[in-house]
Ligand binder design. Structure first.
Ligand code: ASP
Length: 423
């Protein structure tokens, strides 16, 4: 299928799912209404769930195989270290910029002043992991267990080690590598097969969600909601736009056109992890980043780079401080930037985790963690929006790193109508 047709269909699936779902919600059908039972909470809900499960099914095999191939091509050594350094540095930098932007705008907009604290629901945060634990957890003691639990950082570490070992194992390594490259093609083909049904999957997810989601919380928290959404748009257009223009020396409009479908996936699933197969496919076959870079930068980004989440955390911190009438000092703000950047590493790319990690940020600056109860009602929709920004950040950094490493195919970047092929 022509890619531009697929993109159009996904966007149609997305918009019609949101509109129809919202109409159903506005009509106010009860849960026991036949339409709700059979169609919305029946067929569409099942379709949406199966779609997300199928995406998740591909994540671990794809990351492992693709990264082993990528790492074995680089073979460890200086170029791999350089790519790793650049990627991690850019991920941390963009997250720090995102949160700084969020704090600045939120202080100016003051979304939290005049909030009625009596309407607050209680929120008891689950325990967030300590920084020390986050670091130790990167290293797997059992690769099968890491894969079974879908622990991406551990899978990444194991895949890199296997890839490096392959590169240094002579003909034994070469044989296994050829085999894994075949696997890589086949898994990518599976990703594409799934993309053909994506318009329907996205439609199912969104109609079921919007038909059941209430919007009254948004009215009460409109200022907060618009502030987070505004900063997300600003970061997307300004930070990524400028980075693509000046660091990658590419046209940002082309970039937006190429990443639009992956943003729709992220929006619909609220999960960078579930979107990972599509992000990898997009970064390699729509943006033109070569496998040896993309196979490393994309899974790592889906796991540690969460600019959208950091933006929500920045605005939420200011909001909660204002709602409780607590002043944050300059050093407090610096602490927020540091902890939210680190929290972004520890945030798993699944729905809603950003809010749990917010507890860690609030604790660091001495703000009441129960404040999260104030914003929980609008978080579902914001989660969708910030996940779209999270994956765009991964694509942006991957493009910049690939350009700087001469691992980029500009022809692919400029060709919107390429037929879908696995290689
Ligand atoms: N849903 C986000 C993601 O998967 C994480 C979060 O902010 O909760 O990227």
């Amino acid at each position: 299928m022509d890619r531009s047709v697929l993109t159009r269909n996904i966007l149609i699936g997305m918009i019609s799912g949101i509109l129809l779902g919202s109409v159903l919600h506005a009509i106010g059908l009860r849960d026991d209404n036949l339409l709700m039972v059979l169609l919305v909470n029946g067929l569409f809900d099942v379709g949406g769930q199966v779609f997300v499960i199928s995406l998740k099914l591909l994540v671990v095999p794809l990351v492992f195989v693709s990264l082993v191939c990528g790492a074995s091509n680089l073979g460890g050594g200086a170029s791999m270290g350089r790519i790793g350094f650049k990627t991690v540095a850019l991920y941390l930098l963009t997250t720090a910029v995102a949160i700084t932007l969020a704090l600045t705008v939120a202080r100016w907009v003051e979304p939290g002043t005049g909030i009625d604290l009596t309407t607050q629901t209680t929120f008891t945060p689950p325990e967030s992991p300590s920084l020390k634990q986050v670091v130790v957890n990167i290293f797997p003691s059992n690769p099968i267990d890491a894969m079974a639990r879908g622990n991406m950082l551990q899978v990444i570490v194991f895949a890199i080690l296997v890839g490096i070992a392959i590169a240094h194992s002579g003909e034994h390594g070469a044989r296994l590598k050829a085999n894994l490259e075949d696997w890589n093609e086949i898994i990518m083909r599976l990703v594409m097969m799934l993309m053909y049904v994506a318009p329907f999957g996205v439609f199912c997810l969104l109609i079921a969600l919007f038909a059941n989601m209430g919007f009254t919380a948004i009215q009460d928290l409109l200022k907060y909601f618009l502030c987070v959404a505004g900063v997300l748009v600003l970061h997307f257009a300004l930070t990524y736009g400028l980075l693509i223009r000046f660091l990658a020396r590419l046209n940002p409009i082309d970039f937006i056109r190429q990443v639009a479908p992956v943003m729709a996936y992220a929006f619909s699933t609220s999960s960078s992890n579930a979107t990972l197969p599509v992000t990898l496919e997009t970064v390699e076959h729509r943006l033109g980043v070569k496998n040896e870079v993309a196979s490393f930068t994309v899974p790592l980004g889906a796991t540690i780079n969460m600019d959208g989440t950091a933006i929500m955390q920045g605005v939420a911190t200011v909001f909660i401080a204002q709602a409780y009438g607590i002043d944050i000092s300059l050093s407090g703000y610096l602490m927020v930037i540091l902890t939210a950047t680190l929290a972004s590493i520890g945030t798993a790319g699944v729905p809603g985790v950003g809010l749990i990690m917010l507890a860690m940020v609030l604790q660091q600056v001495g703000l009441p963690v129960e404040g999260i109860g104030l914003i929980i009602g609008v978080d579902r929709l914001l989660d969708m929006m910030r996940t779209a920004v999270n994956v765009t950040g991964d694509a942006t950094v991957s493009t910049i790193v690939a350009r700087s490493e001469d691992a980029f195919d500009e022809e692919i970047y400029h060709s919107p109508n390429r037929e879908m092929t696995a290689s």
